[in-house]
Ligand binder design. Structure first.
Ligand code: ZN
Length: 132
């Protein structure tokens, strides 16, 4: 019984945020580089969206949900896919967690860039956002 206690405590203290396991490393990366906290988020998931939408940050009162379009996998492969998911996740988390608005160009552009453009400009664009 004694050994069970720490496990029960961990479960009891877990936050209510549900994060897709594929996205978890990228979310950790975001928090490390950009700050913010997950207190006001209820979930971060990969789910089908209309093809022209890469991702969304939805707000229900105080709770926010970040959804990344799972159809990105049929549009991009390998490194390009990973780059796009990371770029879209950073964009949406910036809306949801640090209240960033759209700007022309860069990571907070309304329109997505090519994977190559994201890779070439990554450091400059996250610095623009106040990330390190
Ligand atoms: Zn946006």
């Amino acid at each position: 019984m004694y050994k069970l206690l720490p496990i029960l405590l961990l479960v009891g203290c877990g936050s209510g945020v549900h994060i897709d396991s594929q996205l978890q490393p990228l979310v950790n990366d975001y928090l490390e580089h950009c700050g913010g906290n997950l207190d006001s988020l209820i979930s971060i998931k990969l789910s089908p969206l209309k093809s022209e939408v890469a991702g969304v940050c939805t707000t229900y009162g105080q709770d926010r949900t970040v959804t990344i379009n799972s159809n990105l996998l049929s549009m991009f492969q390998g490194d390009d896919y990973r780059t796009m998911v990371k770029a879209v996740l950073y964009h949406e988390l910036s809306h949801c967690l640090i209240g960033a608005d759209h700007v022309e160009g860069g990571l907070m552009s309304v329109y997505a860039h090519s994977p190559q453009e994201y890779r070439n400009n990554w450091q400059a664009w996250i610095t623009e956002l106040g990330c390190k």
